[in-house]
Design a protein around this ligand. Sequence first.
Ligand code: GCV
Length: 768
Amino acid sequence: MVDHVRRVGSSLWALRVCARTLCRPHGTRCNFPLHPGLTPWANTFRPFRGLLLSKALHLDRIARNTWVLLVSVNLLSSVFVSYGLAQTGATLDREAWLRYAAVDAKAARAYEKLPSSSVLLSRSAVLENAQRELAGGIEKLLGRKLNSTENIKGSAIVLATLHDLHSIAPSLRPPIALATDGYWITWARLHDSECLVVAAPNDRGVLYGMFALLSKVARGESIAGVNEAQNPYAPIRWVNQWDNLDGRIERGYGGPSIFFEDGKVRSDLTRAGDYARLLASIGINGCTINNVNAAPGILEPSFIVQVKRIADVFRPWGVQLSISVDLSSPKVVGGLDTFDPLDPRVGDWWRKKADAIYEQIPDLGGFVVKADSEGRSGPSAYGRTHADAANVIARALKPHGGVVFYRAFVYNHHLDWRDLKNDRARAAYDNFHPLDGKFDDNAIVQIKNGPIDFQVREPVSPLFAGLRNTNEAIELQITQEYTGQQKHLCFLVPMWKEVLDFDMRVDGTPARVKNLLSGRIFRRPIGGFAGVANVGMDTNWLGSPMAMANLYGFGRLAWNPDLSSEAIVDEWTRLTFGSDPAVVKTVADLQLRSWHVYENYTGPLGAGTLTNITGNHYDPGPESSEGNGWGQWHRADHQGIGMDRTVATGTGYIGQYPPEVGKLYESLAACPDNLLLFFHHVPYTYVLHSGKTVIQHVYDSHYEGAEEAQGFVTEWKNVEGHVDGERYQDVLSRFEFQAAEAIKWRDVICKWIYQLSGIPDNKGRVTQ
Ligand code: GCV
């Protein structure tokens, strides 16, 4: 009976998810607000209201009644369901990878030696939090209470800074030197008792070590004889949220902001605290809470006191808050008649502003700046450089230990598309390379992974190798703006791995991107990773449970980019869905193939995502790339396709790479197939390394990709009964939706390229 009710509940849940998926706007530049008077169904039709008003209102009436019925039945079923399951899918979603599912009795035996008490050698909000999380986790995982005691009396789990540990055990040393935030988990005899020690140079490191310990138990990894020390790869491991103060999120697909609502900080910040907990568990130590298209009002004193409340809920999790600021703030907020970075009054204004904020938020991480980009104000207004702009802010933050992230995403979006020498891809390097060495040492240039804008495939930005005397951080996009907006499965870790592992061959020697941005190659003091996350109020944070693997993966790579995609997905699956071999195998297979599948049915051969770039960045829209100044051109015409970025005949962009890399891309013969159209304009009949012509590759890859997307549905069905019903249905309905969308993509792109080229598909599948 309970099973039956569960099934009904799950189906209704699936219906709701379907409805929500279809009703959510695709995330336009600013998602249009849901009209409060209409149900979500009618809101779907709002943008087309001129055309569809009467039909939409009629539908709305039907939908309203159906909706009420569905919600009531679903509520009723939830009551029954909760009798049958300890946790519902909704709870599981919210806990994400921190669900701490009970370990089965057999596996639990491996942890019998785990001490039954924990001890803190000193106290702080972070350490006390770590102790609480440990007790909560162990209780859920092993069903055992962990007492907290004041002193070591018998075997205990000891949470301590290295400093405190040495005061009771001076000879105890970690196997490697620990950096800030690093940790060490080991067994040691303390006060004559066998203890499990989690130690670190700072409190946050202890918290990270504690999470690592819980993760081991949750994944069934042995802790007998554990002696593991880990350091983070780079000091900067931040997420950025593009949240607007009115509660909407630019390019957010998981509901409204967890921080802001109606122009204010939310009164209930529970989700903000829960988010900080998730971030801490994967080693993320900073979060920028507002859109880089920053509302100057965030710097008003009345707003800063509100922001302080967010910093307060972040703090126990070791997450430093930071703020995106608009460069015109001295004028707009401060009432000066200028925001010229070299005007002393402007410097003074930033200094006083920083001082005032640090009084409220003493551990503020710093500021993020987007300037002279997509209509934002910038130093060009006064003929100043980006270094001038970054430094005036850096100097205000410096006395407080803060940093400024200055985004390299600076380009002219009014380029003349008729000029074949124009190239948006050149912009970051052209703007920032000449300024190398001119940025203060607490300024960091934040560089998107590729030279355009988070497309499904781009080469790495040459700027990573172009800054030798400047700190840098890579900006990766976790929210799937151009990669399916969480409606399509697209696990981005394999893409990020390719970027991070890419060897730039600086001065003819190995220079992997991960080593450039972490500061290892050019011996920079700081650097690292920023991920645009855009989680929202949806129970499952990103709008889709499977998409959370991207947030998890970002954190794990920022901690250790040497981890493999396979290892990351395996960890995530076990923590999120459990260790049932059928689930582990299926989820890994789906996730690991998904980026390539998405690339296949959207934009192959480096042509760009081929999505609607002037609208929702979601639907197929290859024509939208051309004939405008945005510069996401693929230059497809009747003869051929691709951007000529060569030095010899094209825009010269390839010349921005170190010579060995440049040589690879400049040569048509050597250029890898998957980036061919990014670098070269070729006839449709050009033959790839694979032996296929470009046009046949486009046809075949779209048919293959769409077919693989159909296969996702069948493959997911293998786990029915192996995961809880709610998440099973939720994911299933998403795969079904994706399968239909992939066919739409296939047909639009194939038809478009057939009409342009006039060359038929040699398998006869594509018609006018
Ligand atoms: C926050 C792209 C996105 C914009 C985003 C911008 C940026 O253009 O579409 O929404 O703005 O990148 O990264 O600044």
